[in-house]
Every structure is written in structure tokens, then in C-alpha cells.
Design a protein around this ligand. Structure first.
Ligand SMILES: C[S@@+](CC[C@H](N)C(=O)[O-])C[C@H]1O[C@@H](n2cnc3c(N)ncnc32)[C@H](O)[C@@H]1O
Length: 351
């Protein structure tokens, strides 16, 4: 038993089963707080770690949005869950094509992990020594004003609750202890999911809700409606609210049992983009139709950027560059499962 598992078991013995959200928050707090889990030597990889083209295209998208907003200054470039800082470093490099923005932009990183904050500081000090990033625990702590916000694989790491359909009612899925004292799923009393579950969910189906994700989306939308700005949320998930069990654990680039070794594996759940879009729109943001990541990157010039990068490269370097971009774009890899939700301030046409 890991120390966190012992702590959770003690909590359950004292007060009864806990929500999946409490389990996920405790496990991910320990997991991200104690390591850099990204890359080949870690547990999983992400688009910015696969190819620099990802961050460069997001940088160009942000610069384009800023120009469409008539170039407000000062402007904050905000990233939620910046991982190793690679995405921000690649975006800042691309922003050099708009010097007025690159020179004026303030960097705000929303990151709770001390280990990853240190990694982000090292990445940005090495690649952009002229910038002074500011770190925050939550978006609510970032000063208000014109903003360009990006979040890649942030929302899938926020704690979800799970609900099981039982005839005409729903019961929350909880984490309790089995006869051997091991963490095990159980069901709570009848309850109401915080957003309406799909009517066609069959008996026994699981439905997932993520209140922290909706709260962050509302905060983004509120900020966009008060000051000019644009936001790009990228994650894997579904475009329509649907039933399904998507909670998964990944360790060493392989799936692991969800309840085994809490705090030692990554835990994620698919993002409900339908609910996120509605939360943004409900507070006045202008929300664009959801786009598959591959299509979004192609439409914004990923292949042109690849061609430019390939110029003068030897065969080995060219193969690596091409494989990275293919992984981002290919519908069988990250191109379709990952999706892009864009939002802007209300008076603007959708991005
Ligand atoms: C899956 S990683 C994605 C990293 C990066 N965006 C990338 O694409 O490589 C999730 C990131 O979100 C951070 N994170 C997770 N939960 C968070 C929370 N509640 N508040 C702020 N950051 C959080 C993690 O520490 C990590 O930096």
C-alpha cells in the first residue's frame, strides 16, 4: 500500500466511501506534485512534446486573434497546466513574427505542481531569457484584462464524478473498501448528477460530470466578456454529452488499474466539450464549432510549417520531424480524438 492509499483508506474507514472526484484530486495532487511525468522516460506524452509545430501554430493563432482584437495592450498570454513549458516556449518563438505582441506580452502560468513549475521556469529561462513568467494556483488569481489563453490536456486532469443509472434514477459511484481492505468501487444512494444526463443512457450506464472544468470554463467566459480576448482549449473528449466510463490510469505509457497505486499513475477522463461550450456561452463568450485537432492544425498551416522545417535537414532529422507532425494530424493517432474549442469576446465574430 502506498502512503496515499493508506491515507485514503483511513479516511474511508472514518467517514465512509469518498467520491471519485475526491479520489482523483488526491491521487493527481500527489502525482503531479512529486514528478515530471511527461516524455519517453515518464508515463505519457503530449502534443507539444511530440512536435514543435503544435506550439508554433497555437502561437500564430494567438497572434492572429490579437490582431483581430485590434491589438489591445497590455495583453496576458495565459496557459492552464503548462507541463514542461514546451508549449509556451514554442508559442513565444512563433510570436516573433508580430514583434509588438512578442515584446509586450505578459506570461501567466496556472500550475499547481511545484515540480512542474520548476521545470517550466528552466525551459523558459533557457529559451526566452527576456520573459518573466508569473505563476498562479488558479485562473481566478490571474489579473483581469485582455487575454490570450491556451490549455492543452488541462481539462482531462480535473476531478470528475461518476454516476450509474439504476432504472429511473442515478446513484453516484464512490470509492470504498472491499472485504480485504483494498480500495474498491461502490455505489452511493440515489442522487442527481449536476448536469442532465442523456435520456437514452441504458440501465447500468455510467455518466461522468466535471464541475471544476465547468467552473474554469465559466471563469474564462466571464473574462472574455469583460475584456477583449480569445481562448483555445485542446483536449481529448466528446463533442456531445454522452454516457460512458472514460476514467483511465496510465503508467509507463501503458494502461493501469484505476484504483491501484493512487498517486503513482496519471488519471484522466474524456472532456465533455458540449458542456464546456455551453458553460462558456452561458456567460457571454462567442464559441466556435468544435474542430478535430488534425483539421485545425492543417487549416492553420501545419504542413507549410513542416515543409519550412524540413529545408536543409538530413534524412534522420527529416524522418523525426515528419513522424511528429503525422502523429498530431493523423485521425488514427491524435488528429481526431483530440479536439479544439475556440472562444472569443462576445462582440467578435467566432474565431
Ligand atoms: C497532462 S499535463 C499537460 C501539460 C501540458 N499542457 C502539455 O500539453 O504538455 C497537465 C498539466 O496540468 C497541471 N494541472 C493538473 N491539475 C491542475 C490544476 N487543478 N490546476 C492547475 N494545474 C493543474 C499539471 O501539473 C500539468 O502541468
Amino acid at each position: 500500500m502506498t502512503p496515499l492509499e493508506r491515507q485514503l483508506a483511513g479516511e474511508i474507514r472514518a467517514s465512509g466511501p469518498i467520491g471519485v472526484d475526491r479520489f482523483m484530486a488526491a491521487a493527481l495532487g500527489h502525482y503531479y506534485g512529486t514528478r515530471d511525468p511527461l516524455g519517453a522516460g515518464g508515463d505519457f506524452t503530449t502534443a507539444p512534446e511530440v512536435s514543435q509545430v503544435f506550439g508554433e501554430i497555437l502561437g500564430l493563432w494567438s497572434a492572429d486573434q490579437w490582431q483581430r482584437l485590434d491589438g489591445p495592450l497590455p495583453v496576458r498570454l495565459v496557459e492552464l497546466g503548462p507541463g514542461r513549458g514546451t508549449l509556451m516556449a514554442d508559442m513565444l518563438r512563433a510570436l516573433r513574427v508580430v514583434p509588438a505582441l512578442r515584446q509586450a506580452v505578459e506570461i501567466h502560468l496556472v500550475e499547481t505542481s511545484p515540480a512542474l513549475r520548476a521545470r517550466q521556469a528552466a525551459t523558459l529561462a533557457g529559451s526566452h531569457p527576456d520573459v518573466t513568467p508569473h505563476w498562479h494556483d488558479a485562473l481566478a488569481d490571474v489579473p483581469e484584462g485582455p487575454m490570450l489563453l491556451v490549455a492543452n490536456e488541462f481539462f482531462d486532469a480535473l476531478p470528475i464524478r461518476q454516476w450509474r443509472r439504476a432504472g429511473e434514477t442515478w446513484r453516484e459511484r464512490l470509492v470504498g473498501l472491499d472485504a480485504a481492505g483494498q480500495l474498491a468501487f461502490t455505489l452511493g444512494p440515489e442522487g442527481h448528477p449536476p448536469i442532465p444526463p442523456p435520456n437514452d443512457a441504458p440501465d447500468g450506464a455510467l455518466f461522468e460530470t466535471c464541475e471544476p472544468a465547468l467552473a474554469v470554463a465559466r471563469e474564462i467566459g466571464r473574462r472574455l466578456s469583460r475584456a477583449p480576448g480569445a481562448a483555445l482549449l485542446i483536449d481529448y473528449g466528446h463533442g456531445r454529452t454522452a454516457a460512458g466510463d472514460t476514467l483511465q490510469a496510465v503508467k509507463g505509457h501503458a494502461f493501469a488499474p484505476v484504483l491501484a497505486e493512487p498517486g503513482e499513475a496519471d488519471l484522466t477522463a474524456h472532456v465533455d466539450f458540449d458542456a464546456l461550450g455551453q458553460a462558456l456561452a452561458a456567460v457571454g463568450a462567442n464559441v466556435a464549432p468544435l474542430a478535430p485537432q488534425g483539421q485545425f492544425l492543417i487549416d492553420h498551416g501545419a504542413n507549410l510549417r513542416l515543409d519550412a522545417l524540413l529545408r536543409g535537414k538530413d534524412e534522420d532529422a527529416a524522418l523525426v520531424l515528419k513522424a511528429g507532425v503525422r502523429r498530431l494530424l493523423d485521425p488514427m493517432e491524435m488528429g481526431r480524438l483530440f479536439k479544439v474549442l475556440a472562444a472569443t469576446s462576445p462582440e467578435r465574430s467566432p474565431p
